[in-house]
Design a protein around this ligand. Structure first.
Ligand SMILES: [Zn+2]
Ligand SMILES: [Zn+2]
Length: 132
């Protein structure tokens, strides 16, 4: 069993997830596109008892569009973390992981809402340099 850590861009909010995760849920709904400013939210569904805040647990600002759609951001850097939670799970934004996950995207949600530019055509350029 592996523990993984994650953090927001500025490092104020840091967490640890206990145990392995079986993949990423990728939500393409229009709300997740706006909330992320990107293709949507990439989510790790983590049982609450397996997520531990290492720092900054109280350094988030939660925006509730409606009771069933909230997103919490770091007060300093604005990184969305976590996306949402329900009674049993926290929906951790997968992009905040510090290390490789060891699993890929498991599920795509609301694919009919996908942005028309969210495509990877054969002629798309890829630049392979790494960044930190
Ligand atoms: Zn931050
Ligand atoms: Zn969504």
């Amino acid at each position: 069993m592996t523990n993984r850590t994650g953090s927001c861009l500025c490092g104020a909010r840091r967490y640890e997830i206990e145990g392995d995760l079986d993949g990423v849920w990728m939500c393409h709904c229009s709300l997740c596109r706006k909330a992320s400013g990107s293709v949507g939210n990439a989510i790790l569904i983590v049982p609450k008892e397996r997520l531990r805040w290492l720092s900054g647990a109280d350094h988030g600002e939660t925006y509730a569009l409606r009771p069933t759609y909230t997103i919490t951001r770091c007060r300093t850097c604005g990184t969305p973390l976590p996306a949402e939670e329900d009674d049993m799970n926290v929906y951790v934004t997968a992009g905040t992981l510090d290390e490789p996950l060891g699993a890929g995207i498991r599920t795509h949600l609301f694919c009919a809402s996908r942005a028309d530019w969210d495509r990877d055509a054969a002629d798309v350029r890829h630049f392979e340099e790494r960044s930190r």
